[in-house]
Structures are given as structure tokens and as C-alpha cells.
Design a binder for this molecule. Sequence first.
Ligand SMILES: [Zn+2]
Length: 343
Amino acid sequence: MKAVRFHQHGGPEVLTYEDAPVPTIQAHEVLVKVKACALNHLDVWLRGGVPGWLLRMPHIVGSDISGEVAGIGSLVTRVRLGDRALLAPGISCGQCEMCFKGLDSACRQFTVFGVFVDGGYAEYVKSPAMNVVPIPGDLSFDEAAAVPLVFLTAWHMLFTRAGLKPGEEVLVIGAGSGVGSAAIQIAKLVNARVIATVGADWKLEKARALGADEVINHARQSIGEEVKRLTGKRGVDVVVDHVGAAVWEACFDSLATYGRLVTCGMTTGADLKLNGQGLFARQRTILGSFMGGKGELAEVLQFVEKRKLKAVIDSAFPLQEAAAAQQKMEGREFFGKILLHPE
Ligand SMILES: [Zn+2]
């Protein structure tokens, strides 16, 4: 098969479109012919190398995958050849205490497609049968690939971690990012008032179209000042962040008393300053969040099937142009998910 692999860490130039063996499946596994694979920032970090994460080389990234079932192991009964499927991105053991509790991403064996197993930048990928999910309704392969990781991450952040309640006020950092565009929609499901930020004027209208009630352009406006103005100095109940250092203080200062700041990533750096007085005196909470579980994905997909949550797609590239696709993501000139098509 054709795949985009890297043999060493580095910039986009290490991504090589080349021949690779079709994965061999075990009795409990499924072979999927990839129709679409969505990019995540994770792909770029893995390409560059994550301290402490030792990848088997050559390596194939890609965590958000949709396609057709092309092979099934002898123990697999849930799916049939030719089924349209998406893959739940998180792989866990399924038999430990955390897995039983539905907290897949806390499983000690937790990993994600494209991290310690090969991912979807390829014509074929293999998957444990339990990760193979029928594509709901008439969702296209592109939509099915654009949804999983960012929506289950945003769902886990807002509901499981931050305990968002109906009618609360939410600040979403980076409306054009995958997580941001998902978080806006999820917060609107419970009629939260959503203030979103974008980094360019052309993204303002797109953020509003997703349901944001107010949009701040952080390139020319102060997030802290605008949140104060928009909330009558009260602040917001929940901040959804994945950017880290560059916006951290503005995020923290935007919290109301009893506000919760939930973060799932640090794309601009993880070296943070904490205003300790603002933490205890305002009784605020800082929450870490890491991906999510299959149960949360199932909940998300019910809303996707009813079109109450929608995949946000920026663009699609042929698989062999994976380097250009990643460069587009790193350049921040996108709104929503960027996809790869193997054919
Ligand atoms: Zn487990």
C-alpha cells in the first residue's frame, strides 16, 4: 500500500510518501481501507518528537480515520466486510478499573491511532474490533473523519471535567481550531452563552455561524478586557483552552468566582504563571483534560446523526501532499478540520 511515513523526527520534509506493507490483522482486529483521515496538532508534535515518547520507526501518524471494512479477524462478529466505519481514536485495554468506569484515556495502556500504533496516513490501517464504529446516518467519510477526536475531547472537557451546566457562560479559545469549533457547538447544546476568540477577522463570521454569541479577535483586542466588558465584569463560568502560555493569564483572569479553566493542550508552551491569590480567593478550579472515551464518542455521535453537532471541514489534500496539509495547519490559516484522502 501507499503510506506517508517518517523514518526520523523533523520538519514537514521528513514525511515520505512511499510503499509500506499492508497491516496484518490478528483474530480480534479489523482491517480498514482508509477513505479520509483528519489532521490533528498531535500529528505535528509526533513528527517533531515528543520527549519521553519513543516511536517505532518508520512511523505512520493520523488519529481520526474513516473508511470501509476490508478485512476481519476470526473472532470479529460486530462488523462485516464493506461496512462504512469510523475508528474511535483511543485504544485502551477494555478490562481495567478505569476502562470499566468509561475513563478510557486514564487506562495505563491507553494510546491513540498514530501514536504507539500506526495511524491513518495510509491506504489501510488495522484496528481492534472494539474501536470500529458504524458511520451514523448519511454522514460522509469526510464528516466521519472530522468528528471523533476533537468532539470527544471537547465533550470530555466541558461535561466530564468542567461540569458545564445549562445557561452558564463559556469562553472558547480558538474558534477555528478543531477543539474550539467543537466546543462552541457542544456548549450551545445546553444553551450556554458562548464567547469565542479568533486570530483573524475572516474567522469572526464563521465562529458566529457555529453558534458563538460573541467573538473576540485576539489579534487586535484584549481577551481579558473584552470578556470583562461582555460579562459586566463578572467573568465566565468555564474557559476552554488548548493554547497554553500565550493566553493563560487572560484565560485565568476571565474566570468568574467559582469559574473552571479546563485545558487539553499547550500549543504555545506549557510554562505557566499562576496567580495564586486569584485561585483561592475567587475559589477557581484549573482542570487538565486528555482526550476522552468511547462512551463519550457514542454520545457525541447521537447528536452528529441528528445534525445537532456538525463536522467543521476546512479543506482536503491528497495523501501524498500530507506535508503541505501539515504546513497549512501550522500556519493557522484554516477554520475546522484538514483532511487527507488516500485516493
Ligand atoms: Zn484499561
